[in-house]
Design a protein around this ligand. Structure first.
Ligand code: SD4
Length: 301
């Protein structure tokens, strides 16, 4: 049975991703398989201008994807700045399972994906290309708070990520994070999502954390690792996320007023918590009792 199993995800599209992950968890599957399945759904079945193949491109019109996956026993894999491959989270899992490495980037990541049998094809949608041409008229890089909530094909959304954390019926934790990164980013820019400890961290001894928002702030603060370490010191998931957000504010008080940063955490007892810099962060929770629970995160501003 799936008793004790639970999966949580960032943003409103997390509800759909959780339901896909839940099929694995409710059948007694592993947290690792569940988060990969959920992230794959966000990458493709859902046409979201911020995650996966329907994402918005960088400022040169190139769609480049970042993803990571981590198991509670410390195994992890990630890819960054990967182009023309539809399922970066699955490539990240292959990096974890089939290579002696943790992270592959750019051309090397793509080469590995093709060797592993992933199809290479142009992914940029006509809608995203149109949005990019529109953006070129001003070419201003000004990340919009909570753009994820208005995600729509061809929309002006400029940051988005699915971060997903799960605990299975055996009490094993895993997480995945996948994104097209900040829309209109510089070519070659890598965010927090593929950086283990920044956009994702999982430890069976304690719990798991993931992040969404402007990734530079997460990298600066080793944020997901920080949230897990705060839980290790005895804090609840919500408290750990709040303290990590406070750290982000202390480090860059001015920037914090205009950037969004969101943390989501799940501890080894299945307790869930979140905190954001700004209002509007929502996260989805799914377990045996409810498969469509969408909750509002508390925030500083
Ligand atoms: C990034 N953290 O690339 C990602 C973007 C994101 O919601 O989370 N958007 O910086």
């Amino acid at each position: 049975s799936a008793s004790g199993a639970r999966v949580v995800s960032t943003w409103d599209f997390g509800v759909g991703a959780n339901q896909v992950a839940w099929k694995t968890l409710s059948a007694g599957g592993s947290a690792l398989d569940a988060v990969e399945a959920g992230a794959r759904w966000a990458e493709s079945d859902l046409c979201n201008p911020t995650v996966g193949r329907c994402g918005n491109p960088d400022r040169d019109g190139v769609l480049s994807l970042d993803a990571s996956i981590m198991d509670g026993d410390g195994r992890c894999g990630s890819v960054a700045a990967l182009s023309d491959i539809a399922h970066p989270v699955s490539v990240a899992r292959r990096v974890m399972e089939k290579t002696p490495h943790v992270m592959l980037v750019g051309e090397g990541a793509q080469q590995f994906a093709v060797q592993q049998g992933f199809e290479r094809r142009k992914l940029l949608t006509p809608e995203a290309e149109k949005a990019w041409r529109e953006w070129l008229k001003t070419a201003q890089y000004t990340p919009e708070i909570n753009a994820e909530r208005r995600s729509r094909p061809g929309g002006s959304s400029n940051h988005d990520t699915l971060g997903m954390l799960a605990i299975d019926a055996q009490g094993r934790l895993a997480g995945a994070c996948t994104t097209s990164g900040m829309a209109w980013k510089m070519h070659g820019r890598v965010g927090d999502s593929p950086i283990i400890g920044a956009g994702l961290y999982v430890d069976n001894e304690v719990g798991a954390a993931t992040a969404s928002g402007v990734g530079e702030e997460m990298i600066r603060n080793a944020a997901s690792f920080l949230v897990v370490e705060l839980m290790r010191q005895g804090r609840s998931p919500a408290d750990a996320c709040r303290e990590a957000i406070a750290r982000v504010v202390r480090k860059r008080p001015e920037a914090s007023k205009t950037l969004q940063v969101c943390f989501l955490a799940l501890n080894k007892h299945g307790e869930v918590g979140a905190y954001a810099l700004h209002r509007g962060f929502v996260y989805a929770v799914c377990d045996t009792d409810r498969q469509d629970d969408l909750r509002d995160s508390a925030s500083v501003y």
